[in-house]
Design a protein around this ligand. Structure first.
Ligand code: NDP
Length: 455
């Protein structure tokens, strides 16, 4: 049977765009549909604008630190609309580059909502209908709207945070995950009073305990207020502000409430059930290790599959899928030791197993940990510390995990992730000549084991 396209991609985010371009490079006839802006969450309202705001926020520390190094810094002030405009200019530029790259790859772009109407059929909101040999669902995720408390409609999500018309002087963040802590840190440094309310006893569940405790302490030192084990029970608008009643009866008055309680796969309205595609309870497309659903012609990559919700993972999944479908390759994405960074201030960089996860899986686990003042703080008198931890298999000496809290942790962990992925041992690190004076040199100079756990 002749199809209109070899591949029809729904969703022009990181995973979808990569799959479309690679498939086209293999000679496939490809189309992509996007109902919002080309680029997806990462480019439009995620990683990229977030990092721009993080850069902006860190000037606060630089101005303060500069004085200790002999600079005279005049009065400083911050203008939110200027930053929003600069951010918008950059993401528009990136979005245009994505579209231009798709054009260059001869991918047909439809700026419309698309729906699957059968294993090989797509219908666009404007009435056009197409057939495709393969369909790729790459629609990503969207903010989850919970806990469902009265007045939740007066909160915003990360989607709106980047374009708030007015800078929030008083911000309440609900949640304790990546998005919550990143926004809390950056808005605090931009000058907001920030409170973080979360259901758990600490932030960043699943991260290494030393990273969680260290970041919580650094955020507290920066003036972020925490409400652990407490959530809003009622939200009421009062003029331009919001009055929040917490589960313990406390009331807070804030300008903006950011709901950062997770993201969920975005499959609503895609018609997948009618095409026979199996979905998980949270709406995620169930796929096999090669990103194919139970319907052999329908595939899914990225956040919509609820595997690891990170841009580089979606890109890799899209790339490998296109290589398999149209390039004759048979690779499967390896999800072991995926490094990640949390762009708080200070940052967290992490790869591999946490101390607790390693203890649950290995008979002997050795820990090498250090905590020290960064060199810059010796001049500024700052109380900031860098924490580094290596998790090592005590039987084989293999590096199982590495965790860093401190400036540039995201940059450092990228390089160390290669070593972890290659199966480096602690002895390999010890054998590496340090780069001096850096913070990262501590990773190869930790001689003393700080703990050994034997099961
Ligand atoms: P996370 O999964 O990181 O955190 C969700 C938070 O919401 C947790 O604190 C969780 O609490 C809490 N929560 C979940 N459900 C409820 C509920 N019903 N009531 C109260 N609290 C609740 O999600 P994010 O939204 O922060 O980020 C989504 C994903 O996006 C991340 O997991 C990550 O993969 C990706 N991301 C990556 C970034 C990066 O690489 N730097 C930056 C931003 C996002 P609990 O821990 O108790 O479950």
């Amino acid at each position: 049977m002749a199809y209109d396209f070899d591949l029809f991609v729904i969703g022009a985010g990181s995973g979808g765009v990569r799959a479309a371009r690679v498939a086209s490079g293999h000679g496939a006839k490809v189309a992509i549909a996007e109902s919002f802006r080309i680029g997806g969450a990462c480019v439009i309202r995620g990683c990229v604008p977030k990092k721009i705001l993080v850069y902006a926020s860190r000037f606060a520390d630089s101005f303060a630190d500069a004085v200790a190094f002999g600079w005279t810094v005049g009065p400083t002030s911050f203008d939110w609309p200027t930053l929003v405009r600069a951010k918008e200019k950059e993401i528009s530029r990136l979005s245009e580059i994505y579209a231009a790259n798709l054009d260059r790859a001869k991918v047909a772009i439809f700026r419309a909502h698309a729906r699957v109407t059968g294993p090989n059929q797509i219908a666009l909101a404007d009435g056009q209908r197409f057939t495709a040999r393969h369909i790729l669902i790459a629609t990503g995720g969207r903010p989850a709207l919970h806990p469902r408390v009265e007045g939740l409609e007066h909160a915003v999500t990360s989607n709106e945070m980047f374009d708030l018309p007015v800078f929030p002087r008083r911000l309440l963040v609900i949640g304790g995950g990546y998005i919550a802590v990143e926004f809390a840190c950056l808005f605090r440094r931009l000058g907001a009073e920030v409170t973080v309310a979360l259901r758990g006893a600490n932030i960043l569940r699943g991260f290494d305990e030393d990273m969680r405790a260290g970041l919580r302490d650094e955020m507290t030192r920066a003036g972020v207020q925490f409400r652990f084990g407490r959530l809003p029970s009622l939200i009421r608008p009062e003029g331009a502000s919001r009055r929040v009643t917490m589960t313990d009866g406390e009331t807070l008055e804030v300008d903006t409430i950011l709901l950062a309680t997770g993201r969920e796969p975005y499959t609503m309205g895609l018609g997948l059930e009618s095409a026979g595609v199996a979905l998980a309870d949270n709406g995620a497309v169930k796929v096999d290790a090669r990103s194919t659903s139970n319907v052999p012609s329908i595939h899914a990559v990225g956040d919509v599959t609820d595997r690891i919700a990170l841009t580089p993972v979606a890109i890799r999944e899209g790339h490998w899928l296109a290589d398999r479908l149209f390039g004759g390759a048979a690779r499967e994405v390896n999800y072991d030791a995926v490094a990640t960074a949390v762009f708080t201030t200070p940052e967290i960089g992490t790869v591999g197993l946490t101390e607790d996860a390693a203890r649950a899986r290995y008979a002997i686990v050795d820990i090498y940990k250090t905590s020290f003042r960064p060199m810059k703080a010796t001049i500024t008198g700052g109380a900031d510390r860098i924490v580094m931890k290596l998790v090592v298999d005590g039987e084989t000496d293999r590096l199982l995990g590495a965790h860093i809290l401190g400036a540039d942790a995201g940059e450092i962990i990228q390089a160390l992730a290669v070593a972890v992925k290659m199966g480096a041992t602690k002895a390999d690190l010890d054998d590496t000549m340090p780069v001096h004076p850096t913070a990262a040199e501590e990773l190869v100079t930790m001689r003393e084991r700080t703990a050994r756990h034997v099961r």
